[in-house]
Design a protein around this ligand. Structure first.
Ligand SMILES: Cc1ncc(C[n+]2csc(CCOP(=O)(O)OP(=O)(O)O)c2C)c(N)n1
Length: 690
């Protein structure tokens, strides 16, 4: 039996030729290539038989470069980000036909995702072969992130990212290559150029005939061209890339010329946009046949010997096929498994004390700053980056990160380029290196600038579920949020309403210094992503002051009763918490009404029990938040209350929030748009009178 597993070459100085390569090595390569091609040809049959594999993108024509990527990948050390066409890449890296077919048929035991992610998205997390997105090419950012960790921890591993040439037009690919070049990171970006993005020829996609040429201006970047159809040439190119990374400490693009022998995928018909002449040429250029011809022409193998190897591969596939047909399908009961990892559980404050803690009195900004520092001391594998947040004595535009770089150094505390997607994507990537790593990012300078990072935010919310629990990015995303500063558009928005629609994220929104410290600590010690929204108007507001014990921790999903009452419940969080307390106090004074104020602190997970208990006590409820009423988080709360406590209600559930407009710059406009004490007071009074 031929050993199909890759032998770790790692001989960067080696240069291959047909005649100068050991016969055994050539035999293994041929075996991998014929095995891959037979599986590639067999995949569509599964769909025809209604067994699965409904998405298959054939790789035929990319044989050389894919063999080479898999061969130079060092298992368990390097990190590989294959794309949907990379079947031979992962076979060459060591995946078995059984593992490939399990993925194709979306079985429960599929290593990549247990049937959750699309077929042809191959992965083996235990070997650092990552389960990548369908958003084509966005794993370039993950490769850069993990490479940042390789460099920081002094590893000589490399990150290999693979994609087609058309997806290099995506902005995030530019961000990835720009960043890898600036930071001089060990990444090999492989562009497999088959001339098409589905039906679109590359000349309609990109400025240069070779997409890699678009990146020539980067100082710390090398570009290598390879014949992606030829395994020998491709091996030499990939080894050269490794060699350059070692010697010059710069990232490398390997631009591999390939052909696409088939349609883009099984839902595409290339005869609709390619003519007969072009299609018939594909067969003449078939890389597997060419390799076979070279092996026999050079007298290394006879035709019979190669046919015998074809037969061995066929047998292996047939055995794998039979096994996979018996493998279990995913169980529908498991859909709620692995949405968000279990959070850090506080031993000191298991019930989340309600405000009697003793400690230094601070404002919100100091709570953030001291907790960040304390956690950086607690866990040496903690990092933070963001825009304009760390340069000598300047600790960010709001001073939250003041003193961090001086104490923890520029390798743990640093500025990011103005590229929000890069900030998020490299955080996701870096946390793939080791579970012990914790990353805090300032996701954007103002929450309103976070939108360019949305695609990586979505990615980050998917990862845990999509990988069937194998990976979740340990990232706290801090965002200076909200208005009341006369900031106008892009400086006043609060975005939790939109963000809460994504399963897979925790969202917290404190409004006092103690909760800020406690929730930040819990976020930074937890596995999985947390969106940490900071009401920036309160950073220096004395209203946010509270006593903060040194080691304070606040569990997620526990609301805090800010004021007890019996006549009306106000449910709120963030900036409006303080306004609700004031309105409640005024109602008591003016009308002798007892108003309860519940500060949610954490939106996901939500303390439903506390909300429902309060509603059942007061029978009236007002929901208040700064975000827009239309499409805001309050809509979810209102629906939940009416569904689960309708019989306790003596009045309709009402909401106060901002208008369905952007937030205006002039203070007169801002006041008309955002909620305030007065608006809350009147809405509460109406409900009390109902
Ligand atoms: C962000 C994103 N946009 C669009 C798509 C749809 N799509 C899937 S494959 C593809 C073409 C990609 O072409 P290329 O990068 O050249 O790779 P190839 O499929 O040719 O190997 C497109 C547009 C996608 N998957 N992701």
């Amino acid at each position: 039996m031929i050993n199909r597993n890759p032998f770790v070459l790692n001989k960067e100085d080696k240069i291959y030729s047909i005649k100068g390569t050991e016969r055994d090595t050539l035999k293994q390569w041929y075996y991998l290539m014929t095995l891959g091609r037979q599986l590639d040809n067999k995949a569509p049959n599964y769909l025809k038989q209604a067994l699965g594999w409904s998405y298959h993108a054939p790789y035929a024509g990319h044989d050389g470069i894919q063999l080479a990527i898999g061969q130079i990948f060092e298992r368990g050390k390097d990190h590989l980000f294959p794309y949907y066409r990379d079947m031979l890449t992962v076979i060459s890296a060591g995946l078995t036909p059984e593992e490939i077919i399990l993925n194709g048929l979306s079985k429960a035991t599929d290593l990549a995702s247990g049937g959750r992610h699309m077929s042809n998205h191959f992965a083996k997390p235990a070997w650092n072969i990552h389960n990548v997105s369908s958003a084509t090419g966005n794993h370039t950012l993950h490769a850069v992130g993990v490479a940042r960790a390789m460099k920081y921890y002094g590893s000589d591993a490399v990150a290999i990212s693979s994609q087609g040439e058309s997806s290099t037009s995506e902005g995030y690919v530019y961000e990835a290559i720009n960043g890898a070049s600036t930071e001089r990171l060990p990444v090999i970006f492989v562009f497999q150029d088959n001339g098409f993005g589905i039906s679109v020829p590359k000349e309609e996609q990109t400025a240069n005939p070779r997409a890699a040429d678009n990146f020539h201006g980067f100082k710390n970047l090398r570009i290598i061209y390879a014949n992606g159809k030829d395994p020998i040439n491709s091996m030499n190119a990939m080894l050269k890339a490794r060699r350059i990374i070692k010697e010059e400490e710069v990232p490398v693009i390997v631009h591999a010329n390939c052909i696409r022998m088939g349609s883009h995928s099984n839902s595409d018909r290339h005869e609709l946009y390619r003519d007969d002449a072009e299609l018939s040429e594909m067969d003449l250029l078939d890389p597997l046949l060419k390799f076979r011809e070279r092996l026999t022409y050079a007298g290394i193998f006879t035709d019979e010997e190669l046919t015998e190897i074809d037969g061995q591969a066929k047998k292996e596939i047939s055995a794998a096929h039979k096994k996979v047909l018996k493998a279990p399908d995913p169980d529908p009961k498991t859909i709620f498994d692995f949405v968000v990892p279990k959070p850090f559980v506080s031993e000191k404050y298991p019930k989340g004390l309600q405000g009697n803690e003793k400690g230094k009195t601070m404002r919100l900004i100091e709570a953030l700053n001291t907790t960040l520092k304390a956690e950086f001391r607690h866990n040496p594998d903690t990092f933070i980056w963001g825009q304009d947040m760390a340069n000598k004595d300047k600790g960010g535009i709001f001073n939250v990160s003041k003193g961090l770089q001086q104490e923890f150094g520029i390798k743990r505390v640093f500025n990011a380029p103005i590229a929000e997607d890069y900030i998020m994507g490299t955080a996701n990537g870096m946390s793939r290196y080791d579970k012990k790593i914790r990353i805090v990012v300032e996701g954007a300078e103002f929450a309103d600038y976070f939108w360019p990072a949305m695609e990586q935010f979505v990615e980050t919310t998917h990862d845990y579920w999509r990988s069937n629990g194998a990976f979740s990015p340990n990232v706290t995303i801090r965002l200076a949020s909200g208005g009341y500063i006369g900031g106008g558009l892009y400086h006043s928005q609060t975005i939790e309403g939109a963000m809460a629609t994504f399963p897979g994220i925790r969202i917290v929104y404190p409004s006092y210094a103690d909760d800020t410290a406690g929730l930040l600590r819990t976020s930074m010690r937890s596995e999985g992503p947390t969106l940490f929204l900071e009401p920036k108007a309160l950073y220096n507001d004395p209203a946010s002051e509270a006593e903060v014990p040194d080691d304070f921790e606040v569990p997620f999903g526990i609301a805090r009763v800010r004021r007890e009452g019996t006549d009306l419940s106000i449910i709120t969080y963030g900036n409006t918490t303080h306004m609700c307390v004031k309105a409640a106090e005024q109602l008591e004074k003016d009308h002798n009404k007892s108003v309860e104020v519940i500060d949610l602190r954490s939106l996901i997970p939500l303390d439903k029990e506390a909300v429902l208990a309060s509603v059942k006590k007061t029978n009236r409820v007002l929901i208040v938040h700064e975000d827009k009423v239309f499409g805001g988080f309050g809509g979810e709360l209102a629906a939940m209350i009416t569904e689960e406590a309708f019989e306790y209600l003596d009045a309709p559930v009402r909401r106060v929030g901002s208008t369905f407009t952007p937030v205006g710059f002039n203070r007169i406009l801002e006041k008309a748009i955002l909620p305030n004490d007065e608006k809350i007071y009147h809405a509460a009074k109406k409900l009390l009178d109902f």
